[in-house]
Ligand binder design. Structure first.
Ligand code: FES
Length: 97
């Protein structure tokens, strides 16, 4: 199945017990970030993508789609691997998330 992601709206997934968002960067690649804003813990999937950042819908904190950094803090970013049969997300075996 083809993974379709809007360049403006993150797509939420539950992968290996982790709530993630997949976003499309300005260069057309995908990025995977934790679906939890470090400000007040709201879902980043309620926000939108703009200027290669995810904007939280609640107080408009923004985080870079590739590094997760922004507003003096950051969101966890997960590695992606493109394979013939799909896109795989690298979930660490041990995490505080
Ligand atoms: S909860 Fe995301 S900016 Fe406040």
């Amino acid at each position: 199945m083809l993974l379709e992601v809007s360049p403006f709206k993150p797509k939420a997934f539950l992968i290996s017990g982790k709530n993630l968002i997949i976003c499309k960067t300005e260069n057309g690649l995908l990025s995977a970030l934790a679906n939890k804003c470090p400000h007040h813990g709201k879902k980043l999937s309620d926000g939108w993508c703009e200027d290669n950042k995810i904007i939280c819908a609640y107080h408009q904190f923004s985080f870079d789609l590739e590094t997760g950094l922004g507003c003096g803090t950051g969101v966890d970013v997960f590695d992606l691997e493109y394979r013939k049969d799909g896109v795989y997300v690298g979930i660490p075996q041990w995490s505080f998330l």
